[in-house]
Design a protein. Structure first.
Length: 449
């Protein structure tokens, strides 16, 4: 017998809160993430869809939540039946009765009955929240169900059940983290930070990017994380100039700066930290200058964060400050205002300064409300991640900066009076990094020539 990952009361409270934002007499349908086949009968590792987990805590595939607040039985879960033979192969299933009890929903049905039962739950409703175009198979199932709903509505004159996308509805709630959620996120950030420190301690020339990636996974799992929150980037030297570098298979060269962007997922919350530092433990003059410039921008932007400030203000300030740094380092030359107007800094900083962070690394919630950038509010969490990336083949940049990519990323919670850096414990000052790099015991002994 397995137990829910966290107290099921949490999910009931989330559903009760969501009910307040839903239109009168509406219904919400949230399906599980589909299983993805790797080959034959072997699947990719399964992770529940974030919205499904957020509202139920239920981690099994082939399940569907139906939530109808204005009814006797608001929360219905469709789940796989218990199946001794299948469980022999793939492990425990809660089943229809087990899921009802463990997850505190009002009723459960076998998933095989979805097409028979769901139309009845929807027929009398005025609006359906459902997000299409994530899973073609489920879209097809829903099309059949909605046809059946229309038939059940008969001559009522109501026609098709209108559909609103459920993502903005749920996203708005996920955007503001409750005290409990802040605690979970803090834990994910702490695990991420500790794992980064272990990786920094184990870094030295000759190690493969992949070995450091493996070490990061070991360190987060040892601390209770289920998995990474996203594909880890371990990029040495010029590889760091590729923003979402995926190969992680090069040897670290003496003299390289290494960029590691990695986060632990704990209880479906994820950290997202990036650190950049010299493989051999000592910044060269040019590496240090570039690094300090990015670090200063990062600190300045974090200092700005408090309720009421707007995202575009953080972004605009990042652009201006990075442009000033590029001018000072003589990577860019010319008239400041003219360069700013043509967004010249984007050549060296092609991404944004921030994204929401939570159960997904790029978490849900809108940046704008009614077309206007929204002010920051207490309980929002997001990254601050300025960077500068100078490609090895950039003939216009001074030679000493070529082949260096720097990004420094922390995870910031907006508090009622300002902000909290949830990844503060991960070192980023030059001196702290230099004394930490390669300082661990030699865990690679005998594996590297
Ligand atoms: Mn990020």
């Amino acid at each position: 017998m397995r137990k829910p990952l966290i107290d099921s009361q949490v999910f009931k409270q989330r559903r009760d809160l969501l009910a307040k934002s839903m239109e009168k007499n509406s219904a919400l349908v949230v399906p599980a993430h589909p299983e993805l086949i790797r080959n034959n009968d072997v699947h990719h590792p399964y992770r529940q869809s974030t919205n499904m987990f957020y509202l139920t805590g239920f981690e099994e595939a082939e399940s569907v939540l139906v939530f109808v607040p204005d009814s006797d039985k608001p929360a219905t879960l469709f789940v796989r039946k218990k199946d001794p033979l299948k469980e022999t192969w793939d492990g425990f299933l809660y089943g229809v009765d087990g899921a009802k009890e463990a997850f505190q929903v009002d009723q459960t049905f076998p998933i095989d009955d979805l097409e028979a039962e769901l139309p009845k739950l929807l027929a009398e409703r005025s609006l359906l929240y459902f997000s299409q175009n994530h899973d073609p198979d489920f879209d097809q199932t829903m099309n059949g169900i909605l046809k059946r709903v229309r038939a059940l509505r008969g001559r009522s004159g109501e026609g098709n059940l209108p559909i609103h996308d459920s993502y903005p509805l749920i996203g708005e709630q996920r955007l503001i983290k409750s005290e409990f959620e802040q605690g979970e996120l803090r834990k994910a950030c702490k695990i991420s930070s500790e794992a980064h420190i272990e990786v920094i301690k184990a870094t030295r020339p000759g190690i493969n990017e992949r070995a450091l990636h493996g070490l990061f996974i070991k360190e987060i799992m040892q601390r209770g994380a289920a998995r990474e929150g996203y594909g880890t980037i371990v990029a040495t030297g010029n590889n760091a100039v590729t923003l979402h570098y995926v190969f992680n298979d090069c040897d670290l060269q003496d003299g390289d700066v290494l960029l590691i962007d990695a986060g632990a997922e704990y209880h479906y919350y994820t950290g997202d930290i990036t650190r950049s530092y010299p493989v051999n433990g000592e910044f060269t003059g040019a590496q240090r200058d570039l690094y300090q410039a990015v670090l200063q921008v990062q600190k300045d932007i974090i200092e700005m964060i408090q309720p009421g400030v707007k995202f575009n203000e953080l972004q605009d300030q990042t652009y201006e400050k990075l442009l000033d740094a590029l001018l000072q380092l003589k990577i860019l030359k010319g008239d400041r205002e003219a360069l700013l107007k043509e967004n010249a800094q984007r050549k060296y900083y092609p991404h944004g300064v921030s994204h929401y962070l939570g159960s997904d690394v790029h978490d849900s919630g809108t940046r704008k409300v009614n077309g206007e950038f929204r002010p920051l509010e207490a309980g929002m969490c997001f990254t601050v991640e300025p960077g500068l990336y100078v490609a090895a083949n950039d003939e216009t940049a001074p030679a000493e900066f070529r082949g260096i990519g720097i990004r420094i990323e922390d995870n910031i919670l907006v508090t009622p009076t300002g902000h909290e850096n949830m990844t503060q414990s991960c070192p980023k000052e030059v001196d702290d990094l230099e004394s930490l790099i390669g300082s661990g015991s030699d865990i690679w002994a005998g594996t590297v020539s």
